[in-house]
Design a protein around this ligand. Sequence first.
Ligand code: IMP
Ligand code: MG
Length: 173
Amino acid sequence: MLDLDVLIDEQTIYKRIDELASQIEKDYGDEELICICILKGSFPFVWELSKRIHKNNITFEFMEISTYGDALETSGKIDVKKDISCDVCGKNILIVEDIIDTGTTLNYLAQYLKAKNPKNLKIATLLSKPSRRLVDVPVDYVGFTIEDKFVLGFGLDLEQKYRNLPYIAYVKN
Ligand code: IMP
Ligand code: MG
């Protein structure tokens, strides 16, 4: 068993997602929005965010990208395992990520999706570790800025496990 400590509890996460949802709702107004959930880690964030965005012209797409493999450190290898299934040309798209660490994944993703000529591309992330950044990616909505700790829960995994923790935890020691 891993010795875990809570970094961000459930109520704090929900409160922050409320704020992000209001901001997103306000920013897009009556405009259509395609939310792109980056699997697997972003599913709880997208779900909690989506419930709080009271728009009926919002749709959801899913992409799966691999960067990490089984290790704790990024391998630098990026692979589109599952792509979106609609044409985003001329549309507003919002990439929803679980965490931005080095920025490699999002930098690649943003370029990949920009090549599909959306009207506008924005990025939302639940967590950001700015001290780890290797590539500068402009992020529009950040849930929490955290220090350089490996975190789990609320979608984030360690070797595919712990995604179902309702809070964000870190491994002690
Ligand atoms: P980046 O390309 O270095 O920004 O890494 C982004 C991806 O690495 C995220 O989407 C996560 O899948 C994974 N990752 C980075 N830091 C953590 C962490 O602390 N816990 C779990 N996964 C992480
Ligand atoms: Mg991820």
